[in-house]
Write a protein that binds this ligand. Structure first.
Ligand code: INI
Length: 154
């Protein structure tokens, strides 16, 4: 029988870093609230959560790398909102944010999660950052707990 290993939802004793961009703060602050709610709901201690604010989504991978290099985190969550209507360099920012976040995770062997909304307009971003279950910050924090607990079992 194959040995199947899965993460779980017990965040007790785990240390999480959250990097959140200030650009489109009215959206990203809701993502941050969602993520922090999930971490505390699933048992993480407030002292084990560190939040870094950066100017925009482009800077998320750089700050995530800095956190990873401390060796103090079981997973890092990156939160941002890039809205096409507001920028001609939408594609460049999305590409760098997603590529960079993925690269940092691979480089440090630490789960680095992509909680960045990339939407056509404000309405779509608002729909994915609400106070209910439809909140990308919540979703990403849950994925971070799953990945961190999975790695602990290896
Ligand atoms: N950053 C975002 O996070 N979202 C955006 O929609 C956005 N727009 O529209 O330009 C944005 N730009 C800033 C960028 O991420 C960097 O902070 C900036 O280019 C400095 O490096």
């Amino acid at each position: 029988m194959a040995n199947i290993i899965e993460g779980d939802q017990n965040a007790r004793g785990l240390r999480f870093g959250v990097v959140v961009s200030r650009f489109n703060d009215f959206i990203t602050s809701n993502l941050l609230t969602g993520a922090l709610d999930v971490f505390s709901q699933y048992g993480a201690d407030e002292d084990d959560l560190k939040v870094l604010k950066v100017p925009g989504a482009f800077e998320l991978p750089q700050a995530a790398k800095k956190l990873c290099s401390t060796g103090n985190f079981d997973a890092i969550v990156c939160l941002g909102a890039v809205i096409r209507g507001e920028t001609s360099h939408f594609d460049y920012i999305c590409a760098e944010a997603s590529r960079g976040v993925g690269q940092v995770g691979l480089e440090f062997n630490v789960p680095v999660l992509f909680g960045v909304l990339t939407t056509e307009n404000l309405e779509q971003a608002a729909a994915r950052s609400g106070s209910g279950s439809s909140n990308k910050g919540r979703e990403t924090a849950l994925a971070a707990i799953e990945m961190a607990t999975l790695y602990k079992k290896l």
